[in-house]
Ligand binder design. Structure first.
Ligand code: ATP
Length: 312
């Protein structure tokens, strides 16, 4: 479902963030970093063990915006993120980074999009382009937080070289940006779930990606940390990073996303609605997909939708 764009303004960043250190060494990536690119995934299909999990799914995520990927359990959100990230290969469809022409009100029908074929990128180039924070990502390795974040710099340096002073500056800057600077010398394995979540986000930021894929980034986080994480994600989007994030909390999505894509169960996950938050997060869309009765209120200060639910 595609709805007309609304005048819904993105939430402004509320506080400045430490910038990343300037002067990245040459990486061989010829794409200018200030050239914002959106995501256009089209007709994506994926099956496992003879079962179709995603069926002809179209998803766009415009540059300079946060796009929420929503849907009940098991509708294929994580699978779609893994396919876009290149962790798994789709059985069909295309995944491209395209110019600013796409817009979130278009449910993936950027049919004339050419852009850069993400599925064709080699691993190293892809890691300089796309960073992915998986749901409940674990780290069994006995490494410090700083070393874990430095792993995010690997695609930016020569294969056999160790981290440079610039890599360390970037790692410390991204740790500060996620509010985890004080954890730098701790072993990752000793962190709480919320602390670990921030470290995984910092590792992704250390990649300096053009596109950030997040699978439930607010899992394990207290309410203040949830808001801080989504504010950071919004700031990154305003800096030109394309953000696609799976979320379960529909009110958090309403408060923080610019666009949303809703997957619904069926024989296979499929997109039932996509567009600006105020157009898509409405009872007519949410109730049949989640099997609930939704009431939409207005936030008295921001004017954004606030959703409450009753059993159907
Ligand atoms: N490797 C796999 N082997 C078998 N089934 C899989 C595999 N990966 C995903 N699935 C199935 O595909 C469907 C979609 O899973 P996925 O994790 O993508 O859903 P999701 O929307 O992210 O769910 P949740 O909201 O619960 O995290 C589920 O039914 C899941 O069991």
């Amino acid at each position: 479902m595609t709805r007309a764009p609304s005048a819904h303004a993105p939430a402004p960043a509320r506080s400045p963030s430490p910038p990343l250190p300037a002067g990245s060494p040459p990486t061989g990536d010829t794409t200018p970093r200030d050239q914002a690119s959106g995501l256009a995934a089209q007709r994506v299909r994926w099956s496992v063990a003879g079962r179709l999990v995603l069926d002809d799914v179209d998803v766009t995520a415009p540059p300079g915006a946060v796009t929420g990927l929503l849907g009940p359990n098991g509708t294929g959100k994580s699978t779609l993120l893994r396919l876009v990230a290149g962790v798994q290969r789709p059985d069909g469809g295309t995944v491209r980074l395209v110019g600013a022409a796409i817009d979130g009100s278009v449910a993936g029908r950027a049919a004339d999009a050419t852009g850069e074929d993400l599925l064709a990128l080699d691993r190293r180039r892809r890691a300089r382009t796309v960073a992915f924070v998986e749901q409940d990502a674990t780290s069994e390795l006995p490494v410090t937080v700083l070393d874990a974040v430095l792993l995010g710099r690997t695609p930016h340096r020569h294969l056999l070289a160790g981290p440079t002073a610039h890599d360390r500056d970037v790692a410390r800057a991204v740790l500060a940006r996620v509010g985890a600077e004080h954890l730098a010398d701790r072993e990752v394995a000793t962190l709480s779930g919320g602390e670990r979540q921030r470290v995984h986000l910092a590792r992704a930021l250390a990649q300096e990606p053009r596109m950030l894929l997040l699978d439930e980034p607010t899992n394990h986080l207290d309410v203040a940390a949830q808001l801080a994480t989504m504010r950071l994600v919004t700031e990154l989007a305003r800096d030109g990073v394309t953000v696609l994030t799976a979320l379960h909390d529909l009110s958090l999505a309403a408060a923080t996303c610019d666009h949303v894509v809703v997957l619904a169960p069926g024989p296979a996950g499929r997109v039932v609605a996509a567009g600006p938050v105020a157009d898509v997060l409405v009872p007519e869309v949410i109730d049949p997909v989640y099997g609930v009765r939704t009431t939409v209120l207005r936030h008295p200060r921001t004017g954004r939708p606030v959703l409450t639910f009753d059993e159907a």
